[in-house]
Design a protein around this ligand. Structure first.
Ligand code: ZN
Length: 356
C-alpha cells in the first residue's frame, strides 16, 4: 500500500526558490512543447529531443518526455472539447533529480534537487510533522518526489510504501450507509459524523476559490478524517459500502442519492469519505466490499417491501409491516444484506466450480 504526504518547502531561501522557479518554468515549457507535439502526432525521437533549444539537461528532457506521455495518455482517456493536453499539476521527478536526506540540525529533512545549473543541486530544508513522522519511521520512503507550486508557495509530495496487511479471516461483517446528515451509519445503528451538514452548508455559502472557501474545505476534510478514525475497525472483517460511481447510472432508481449528491461538493465529500474508509481499512486488514446502490433507502430491512413512501425524511416506516427505525440505519441494514447475498453467491459459484 502507498500513501502520499505533502511538505512545505517555504524554508528555502530566496536564491534557492529562484532556482526552483527557473527550473519549473523551463520544465513546464518543455513538457508542454512535447504534449503539443504528441497532440500533432509528432514522434518524440532522440534527435528531436536533442534539437530542442533549452537549458534543460538531457536527463531532464527525458524526464519531461515521460511526463508528457503520461499527460497525453490521460488526456486521450478523458478528452474535453477544445482542450489541449497541458501540464497543470506537479513535476514528477525520480531519484536522479531529487533526493531526501535526514538533517542533523534544526530542520528535519533536506530535499536535494537538481536544477538548470548542471552539477549544482540545491538543498532545501523542510520540516516533518507529527502525522508524517509515523511514515518516516515505519514506512519505506519511495525514491523521487513531486514538486508542486501553489499560490501559497512550494510543496514537496513524497510517497511512502508498506506491505499491505493480509485481510482478516475472522471478524464482523458490517454495512455502512454514507450520507450528508450523518457521514456514516452502520448496520448496528451507530451514527458517526453528525455535524457534517453545517460544514457542507458553510462551503456552499463561500465564494468558490476564496480563502474562506478553502478553509471551509479543509475543515470538512479534517472532520471526515476525525469521523473515520472514530469508526472502530478492530472487530471488523468486512465493511459493505455503496459505490457512488454507480449512482449516475441509477439516478432514476435512486432519487434519494441523486438528491443528496446533486452538488459536486457532496460528490467530492463522498469520494473523500470512501477513500478514507478504504485507506484505514487497508491498514487494519479489513476488506471494503463495494456494492451497487439498489433502492436501499426505500426497502424495508425487515420484510423486504419496497416503496417510495416508506421513507419520510430521517424516519423509515414500512407500509407493509410497520417496522419503524432511523432511515439511514435501515439503509445500512439493506447494504449489509446486499453484501452478504453477494458474498454467498460468490461462495456458491466457487463450490459449483469445485463440483465440476
Ligand atoms: Zn417491512
Amino acid at each position: 500500500m502507498k500513501r502520499s504526504l505533502k511538505f512545505s518547502l517555504n524554508k528555502g531561501n530566496a536564491d534557492k526558490i529562484l532556482a526552483l522557479e527557473k527550473l519549473y518554468a523551463e520544465y513546464i515549457r518543455t513538457v508542454n512543447i512535447f504534449t503539443t507535439s504528441l497532440f500533432n502526432k509528432q514522434e518524440l525521437s532522440e534527435t528531436y529531443l536533442k534539437s530542442l533549444r533549452s537549458p534543460l539537461s538531457c536527463r531532464y528532457r527525458q524526464c519531461a518526455k515521460r511526463q508528457a506521455f503520461k499527460i497525453f495518455k490521460s488526456w486521450c482517456r478523458n478528452k474535453k472539447k477544445g482542450e489541449k493536453p497541458v501540464l497543470r499539476g506537479s513535476m514528477i521527478l525520480d531519484y536522479r533529480f531529487i533526493e531526501i536526506q535526514k538533517s542533523e540540525n534544526s530542520f528535519d529533512y533536506w530535499a536535494k534537487i537538481a536544477t538548470l545549473n548542471k552539477g549544482k543541486p540545491i538543498l532545501i530544508p523542510f520540516k516533518s510533522y507529527d502525522y508524517a513522522n509515523k511514515y518516516f519511521n515505519n514506512w519505506k520512503l519511495v525514491n523521487g518526489g513531486r514538486l508542486q507550486k501553489r499560490d501559497n508557495g512550494w510543496f514537496l509530495l513524497l510517497t511512502f510504501e508498506k506491505e499491505t496487511p493480509k485481510t482478516k479471516e475472522s471478524g464482523k461483517v458490517i454495512g455502512v450507509d454514507t450520507g450528508i446528515k450523518k457521514l456514516m451509519v452502520d448496520s448496528n445503528g451507530n451514527q458517526y459524523g453528525k455535524e457534517i451538514e453545517p460544514l457542507m452548508n458553510k462551503i456552499q455559502r463561500k465564494q468558490q476559490g476564496s480563502k474562506a472557501f478553502k478553509r471551509a474545505l479543509k475543515e470538512r476534510d479534517e472532520y471526515i478524517n476525525k469521523t473515520v478514525k472514530e469508526f472502530p475497525l478492530n472487530d471488523k472483517k468486512v465493511i459493505v459500502l455503496e459505490n457512488i460511481k454507480d449512482i449516475k447510472k441509477n439516478t432514476k432508481k435512486e432519487k434519494r442519492l441523486n438528491k443528496q449528491f446533486r452538488s459536486k461538493f457532496q460528490r467530492w465529500t463522498y469520494s473523500k469519505l470512501i477513500s478514507r474508509i478504504q485507506q484505514l481499512s487497508e491498514v487494519d486488514g479489513v476488506h471494503c466490499q463495494m456494492i451497487a446502490p439498489a433502492w436501499t433507502s426505500q426497502t424495508c430491512s425487515r420484510c423486504g417491501f419496497v416503496h417510495k413512501l416508506n421513507r419520510n425524511g430521517e424516519i423509515f416506516k414500512c407500509r407493509n409491516c410497520d417496522c419503524t427505525l432511523d432511515a439511514d440505519w435501515n439503509a445500512s441494514l439493506n447494504i449489509l444484506n446486499l453484501g452478504l447475498t453477494q458474498q454467498s453467491m460468490v461462495a456458491g459459484n466457487m463450490k459449483g466450480n469445485i463440483c465440476l
